[in-house]
Design a protein around this ligand. Sequence first.
Ligand code: APR
Ligand code: PHB
Length: 388
Amino acid sequence: MRTQVCIIGGGPSGLLLSQILHRAGIDTVVLERQSRAHVLSRIRAGVLEEGSTSVLRKAGVDTRMDREKIRHEGTLLSARNRSFRVDFTQHTGKAVYVYGQTEVTADLYAARDAMGGVIIDSVSNVMPHDLEGETPFVTYEKDDTEHRINCDLVVGCDGFHGVSRQQIPTSVRREYERAYPFGWLGVLSETPPVSHELIYANHSRGFALCSQRNDALSRYYIQCDVTDKPDAWSDEMFWDELRRRIPDDTADALVTGASIEKSVAPLRSFVSEPMQWGKLFLVGDAAHIVPPTGAKGLNLAISDVHYLSQAMVAYYAGDKDALSSYSETALARVWGAIRFSWWFTTLMHRFPKQSDLEQKLQESDLAYLETSVSAQTSMAEQYVGMPF
Ligand code: APR
Ligand code: PHB
């Protein structure tokens, strides 16, 4: 088989890139290790920046998003049994939109199917070859048969555990990493959200987050030990712990119910540089991971796709240099989001052996955020997303 751009990984990055390139007349094949049902069952974060909604709109995947997304013009932060609000729209003129990554992925699959996009799922042993040469190709197995795709360019959209990043020699690749000493225990429940806006809670027992998918579906998280097993937390234990970490009036208003999903996620800051090597380009989680506190993971993947698709369209239009600055351009935005996500994570979580002094410093930082227009503007500007 031959294609112009072979995309490894059919998560949101790979599907969106394939969709945008196809609409520009560039041929792609997407290779996905899991089954489509598996990809569509993954529950991830749910906050889109305005810039992300614009890219999705230009890609023609906006109909359901625009009908169902919920506009949030601010967020609540709490500490010491009280909360305050940061108004995004007042400080930046922008808002964010609650619309689950699971829905974005479903919309992308539907759009790809409607255009006859080629997505080959349940493949194994995917391996790119000759990435420094003129004739790169990708091999993979499906149903015990080996296949080969000849292509011009290869894009690694295969997430943190993918095979693409590893192809960049260690003499060229530099990795920056911090694994946080805690995880998030997340619960999805068919209950009305406790608050119209998200609540990020700092507490001496650990962080908590009240989020949502729609007015009948809530998503809550509590900081936990990264080795905790979700099943070791009964629903009652989860709700009791959540109530302790949020202000009393919010806890009193919390509607609880059976969890329909419960999982533990580790928290990590990670960047691999450069994001391109020869004919290989990395996008999304394949190149960088943020802790979920700033809700930046999917948004960063979308800005990578935006930069790379623009460069590829220019490349195929005849600008042979168009691809050379992709890594530098994408990384500039990536590092901004890495820094913001690290800052917000550090401000809101309880660290092992955290002293009373450090707890007081966090609370003082939050008091500054509550009272300073400059601090709120800075936070709001980064939460709604830097322009791209
Ligand atoms: N071959 C083929 N596919 C692979 C391989 C492989 N060797 N390794 C991984 N994959 C697939 C995974 O099964 C997954 O579907 O690549 C896809 C990567 O998807 P994501 O992990 O969702 O990464 P990405 O598309 O970059 O999306 C970034 O997802 O993880 C969240 O927080 C993150 O919101 C962000 C978004
Ligand atoms: C979510 O709704 O899953 C969510 C929202 C905001 C975050 C992280 C996760 O910062």
